[in-house]
Design a protein around this ligand. Structure first.
Ligand SMILES: Nc1ncnc2c1ncn2[C@@H]1O[C@H](COP(=O)(O)OP(=O)(O)O)[C@@H](O)[C@H]1O
Ligand SMILES: [Mg+2]
Length: 414
């Protein structure tokens, strides 16, 4: 086994810092050889809030992963999230000038270049630039336009961008642990890569990763990433609502306890009279709570998260593109009946995420909260197959600098 075969993924989550190490075998299969995690103290809503704590926590997770894998981790793929991350689709056009009005390879090259020259927001860096299908005049959804006849060739690019300084903050945490950042990836894309197969990507699947402080979503359809985004609301907001509604804001721990042990995303009439007991170790007291009140509070917040995503998709006229279903990842996906809730709101079948194409993955790791880290390994393995140049030039002191995204398109469209 050489260091070239080793791939490491790092997620700096709001709840946990997670490191996974995999061995990529000859047939591009991935086998996990090490994993380490640590409770996260320095991350809020997916972004670095306390660098010292984050550096320390990552150090702990790295050490655990290294000792389990029996390797020194020197490079890693790093997940990026936070409300600064945005998915924006832009298009490029080019007139078809050949005598017979047939599209030539040169036209394709130029139109892609035009679409990629999309101006990023100020101080933003491009995380991914994902090419969509082509359009010749009003004939759309063309995978290969060469030979098609018409007047104008158009192609759209889905750009996932993030604030340069925020991305740098995350990279800094990794580098301070003497690990180089091989490449950064949007965590929503990573989660989708972990749990979607070819069929879902082709027929349309929406992956929603509801972590503690942020929710990422990403829609695949026609084999390509069509839309993505982040909302700065997650499972912690559910806990917070329970704390305010049931404890007058005095017990986050009690609220989290109720959520984990008695939670539900749906409200059932048969729970109307049921009460649950909660004992507080500190106050040495036992209190009882109306089960239906817990469920109502959770239902409202989780519905709101899904409704926000649905209305984002509606704005882009993409809400009917989840024929292969909605897949839920992130720790909050463990909430009982959350699949049914998502199913109602998106009018599609919904399921809990489970990893695809990773050999001998223990059940303890095939959990929704690990999809991002598992997906980073997949992203890394795609990159290794297609990579031709070193990246992580993000440290260049140029705020409007964009990462080269061609090979990233490969990963996202694989
Ligand atoms: N069984 C469960 N039911 C409901 N929520 C859960 C459950 N287990 C974990 N969570 C919630 O999942 C969130 C953590 O998810 P995770 O994906 O690990 O977050 P992050 O990646 O942001 O660290 C927390 O808000 C936690 O309360
Ligand atoms: Mg996460």
């Amino acid at each position: 086994m050489t260091s070239l075969d080793i791939i490491t993924g790092i997620e700096l989550g709001t709840t946990k810092i997670c490191v996974m190490v995999a061995h990529a075998d000859e047939r591009d299969g991935l086998r996990i050889i090490g994993a380490g995690q640590c409770v996260s103290h320095g991350i809020r809503k997916g972004e670095v809030h306390d660098p010292t704590a984050a550096i320390r926590d990552l150090g702990v997770a790295l050490q655990k992963a290294e000792s389990m894998a029996g390797v020194d981790i020197t490079r890693a793929y790093l997940g990026i999230t936070g409300k600064h991350v945005k998915g924006i689709t832009d298009r490029g056009s080019h007139p078809i000038r050949s005598r017979d009005h047939g599209v030539t390879p040169k036209d394709v090259e130029i139109v892609i270049k035009n679409a990629r020259s999309f101006e990023l927001e100020e101080n933003a860096s491009r995380l991914h630039c994902i090419q969509q299908n082509f359009k010749v005049d009003d004939f759309d959804n063309i995978k290969n336009p060469i030979g098609h006849r018409g007047h104008t060739l158009t192609v759209e690019m889905h750009n996932i961008q993030g604030a340069y300084t925020r991305i740098e903050n995350s990279i800094h945490i990794v580098r301070q642990n003497n690990v180089d950042v091989h490449e950064v990836a949007f965590t929503g894309l990573a989660s989708a890569l972990a749990c979607l197969g070819k069929y879902e990507k082709e027929h349309g699947a929406l992956v929603i990763d509801i972590g503690a402080g942020a929710t990422e979503y990403l829609l695949y359809t026609g084999g390509r990433v069509r839309h993505s985004g982040v909302i700065a609301v997650g499972g912690d907001h559910v806990t917070n609502d329970l704390n305010i509604g049931l404890f007058n804001g005095r017990s986050l721990r009690g609220a989290e306890d109720l959520k984990i042990h008695h939670g539900s995303a749906l409200v059932f009439p048969e729970c109307e009279t049921k009460r649950v007991l909660l004992s507080s170790g500190i106050e040495q007291m036992t209190r009882d709570f109306s089960l239906v009140s817990i469920h109502r509070i959770m239902h409202l917040r989780l519905s709101e998260i899904f409704q926000i995503i649905r209305s984002e998709l509606e704005k882009k006229k993409l809400h009917h593109h989840c024929q292969a279903g909605v897949v839920l990842s992130g720790g909050t996906a463990k909430t009982p009946h959350i699949n049914q809730l998502a199913s109602r709101i998106f009018n599609a079948q919904a399921s809990r995420a489970s990893a695809r194409a990773i050999h001998s993955l223990p059940e303890t790791l095939d959990q929704p909260e690990f999809m991002t880290c598992l997906g980073l390994l997949k992203f890394g393995s795609f990159q290794k197959r297609t990579e031709k140049r070193p990246v992580s030039t993000l440290t260049l002191p140029n705020f409007n600098f964009s990462l080269p995204g061609l090979f990233k398109k490969e990963a996202a469209n694989n």
